[in-house]
Design a protein around this ligand. Structure first.
Ligand SMILES: Cc1cc2nc3c(=O)[nH]c(=O)nc-3n(C[C@H](O)[C@H](O)[C@H](O)COP(=O)(O)OP(=O)(O)OC[C@H]3O[C@@H](n4cnc5c(N)ncnc54)[C@H](O)[C@@H]3O)c2cc1C
Length: 430
C-alpha cells in the first residue's frame, strides 16, 4: 500500500484524503489546528444549546464536484436542495421581489424569472436578458483583463440594475466589489450557474451545521479505510532532494516514510513553512477579503422564508435557521474592524428598516464571527498569479481553493482541487 501525507484538513484536504483512501492509499492527515474544517466549521453556543457556523455557506446546483463528494461520504441528504432558483429580495420598507424560476422548463424558466423580477424596470430587465443572450451567442465585449464593472458598463447596465441585481450576485459569489472582480472569473461563475441547466442555479443550504455536513462523514469515510488523523500537528518544514520531497517535519514529528505528499493549505500559509529545495517556491501573492456573520437568537422567530437577499443594505443576506437567524455581509472590510456590539446594534436597526415584522427587543442572544481572510480576491491579477503557479515535483501535489481551477475562492474550487491532487497521485503511480 502506498503512503500519502495530506496536510491541511479543510474541504480541499478532506476531499484529497477521501479520494485517496477510496483508492487504497494509506493516508495520514495532518491538521495544524485542533479541529478539521478549515474555513468552514461549526461552533457551539452553550447558553442557547445551539450550533452555528463560522459563516453561512451557500452551495449551488452547479457545484458538481461538491455534490459528488457529499454523495461519496453519504451526507447529501443533509442539504436542502431547491427545485429551481428562487430568491426573495427585500427592499428597505419591506417590499419583497422574488427572482423565481419555478414556472416553465429550462432555459425559459430563467428568462421568465428575470423578466418578472420587478425590483428592476422592464427596460432594465430586458437589458439583463440581453446580457445573458450576448454571453450565449456572441460576447460583444472583450473580457480579458477586464473587471466586472467594465463588463457591465460595456453592456450598458443601469445603476439600479447594478445595485439591485449585479452587485448582489458579484459580492455574494466573489466576496469582492464589481470594481475589483475579474470579468473572466465572473463569466465562469455565470456560465456554470445560469447556462448549464435548470438545476445549476438552484441554491443548496445545509440543514445541519457545517461540521456535521461534511467533516464528520469525511472522517468516518477515511477512518474506515485506515487513515490516521493527527490534529494540532503543524507542518513547519519541507525537505526536498532534486525533484522529490524526502521529509515532512512538523512541530511534533519527522516523516520520511511516505510515497506522496498533498499540501492542502492556503497559499498564504506556506509563508510559515521552511522549504529546503533547489527549486524556487513562489506562491501566488493573493489579496484577501473578509466576511462578517452575525447570529441572532430571538424570543420568537417572525421570518417565513428560508433566506432573503437585501437590496442596497449593509446586510447582504438573512438566513433563517429556525432557532437562530444569520446575517451575512461579504467584502466586509469596514465591519471587520468594528466592535462586535456596534455591529449587532447597527444590524438590528438595519433589520428593522427592511422587515417591519422584526423588532430589536426580540433578540435574546448574539454572536459575531469575523473571518478576516475568508476568501482570496478573484481580481484580474489573481487570475494570472494562479495560472503562473507551477512547481514540478514527482511526489508533491498541491490542493486548496486557490489552485488554478478557474473558479473563485469557494468550496467547489477546494473540493475540485483535492480531487485533482488525488487523481494526480493515482496517475503518477501508473
Ligand atoms: C465566512 C465564510 C463564508 C464563506 N461562504 C462561502 C459560500 O457561501 N460558498 C462557498 O462555496 N464558499 C464559501 N466560503 C469559502 C470556503 O469556505 C473556502 O473556499 C473553503 O473552505 C476553502 O477550503 P480549503 O481546504 O482550500 O482551505 P481551508 O479551509 O483554509 O483549509 C486549510 C487547512 O489547512 C490548515 N493548515 C494551515 N497551515 C497548516 C500547516 N502548516 N500544517 C497543517 N495544517 C495547516 C488550516 O488550519 C486549515 O484547516 C466562505 C468562507 C468563509 C470564511
Amino acid at each position: 500500500m502506498k503512503r500519502v501525507i495530506v496536510f491541511g484538513g479543510g474541504f480541499a484536504g478532506l476531499s484529497a484524503a477521501v479520494y485517496l483512501s477510496e483508492n487504497n492509499f494509506e493516508v495520514t492527515l495532518l491538521e495544524a489546528s485542533p479541529k478539521l474544517g478549515g474555513r468552514a466549521y461549526s461552533l457551539l453556543n452553550d447558553s442557547q444549546n445551539d450550533i452555528y457556523d463560522n459563516g453561512q455557506h451557500i452551495l449551488m446546483g452547479c457545484y458538481e464536484e461538491t455534490i459528488a463528494f457529499l454523495n461519496k461520504i453519504n451526507s447529501i441528504d443533509k442539504l436542502d436542495i431547491q427545485e429551481s432558483l428562487s430568491i426573495p429580495f427585500v427592499k428597505r420598507g419591506g417590499s419583497i421581489h422574488k427572482l423565481d424560476s419555478k414556472k416553465y422548463s429550462y432555459p425559459l424558466n430563467l428568462l421568465h424569472g428575470f423578466i418578472n423580477y420587478k425590483a428592476l424596470s422592464l427596460k432594465e430587465r430586458l437589458k439583463v436578458a440581453d446580457f445573458f443572450l450576448d454571453m450565449l451567442f456572441c460576447y460583444s465585449c472583450d473580457l480579458k483583463d477586464k473587471t466586472v464593472s467594465e463588463w457591465l458598463k460595456c453592456k450598458k447596465q443601469s445603476d439600479n440594475s447594478i445595485k439591485a441585481f449585479w452587485e448582489i450576485l458579484v459580492v455574494g459569489a466573489l466576496n469582492t466589489t464589481i470594481d475589483n472582480a475579474s470579468a473572466e472569473i465572473f463569466e465562469e461563475v455565470l456560465e456554470r450557474i445560469f447556462l448549464t441547466g435548470s438545476k445549476s442555479a438552484s441554491i443548496l443550504l445545509p440543514k445541519v451545521g457545517l461540521t456535521q455536513l461534511y467533516v464528520e462523514d469525511s472522517v468516518q469515510f477515511i477512518a474506515d479505510r485506515n487513515a490516521k488523523i493527527n490534529l494540532s500537528e503543524k507542518v513547519i518544514q519541507i525537505v526536498t532532494e532534486g525533484n522529490t520531497v524526502t521529509s515532512i517535519i512538523t512541530d511534533r514529528n519527522t516523516y520520511n516514510d511516505f510515497d506522496y505528499v498533498v499540501a492542502a493549505i492556503p497559499a498564504l500559509a506556506f509563508e510559515k513553512i521552511k522549504i529546503i529545495s533547489n527549486q524556487k517556491f513562489e506562491f501566488p501573492d493573493l489579496q484577501y477579503s473578509p466576511i462578517v456573520n452575525v447570529h441572532l437568537w430571538l424570543k420568537e422567530n417572525p421570518f417565513i422564508e428560508q433566506f432573503y437577499g437585501l437590496i442596497d443594505s449593509k446586510i447582504h443576506w438573512v438566513f433563517n435557521n429556525g432557532k437562530h437567524i444569520s446575517l451575512t455581509t461579504s467584502a466586509a472590510d469596514i465591519l471587520a474592524k468594528m466592535e462586535n456590539e456596534k455591529i449587532v446594534d447597527e444590524f438590528s436597526s438595519e433589520l428593522e428598516k427592511y422587515f417591519p415584522i422584526f423588532h430589536k427587543e426580540i433578540i435574546i442572544d448574539s454572536k459575531v464571527v469575523k473571518e478576516k481572510r475568508a476568501t482570496f480576491v478573484p481580481d484580474v491579477v489573481s487570475n494570472q498569479l494562479r495560472k503562473n503557479f507551477i512547481l514540478s515535483f514527482e511526489n508533491l501535489f498541491f490542493a486548496g481553493d486557490w489552485i488554478n481551477t478557474g473558479l473563485p475562492s469557494t468550496i467547489e474550487s477546494a473540493v475540485l482541487s483535492g480531487r485533482l491532487a488525488a487523481s494526480n497521485v493515482i496517475t503518477s503511480l501508473k
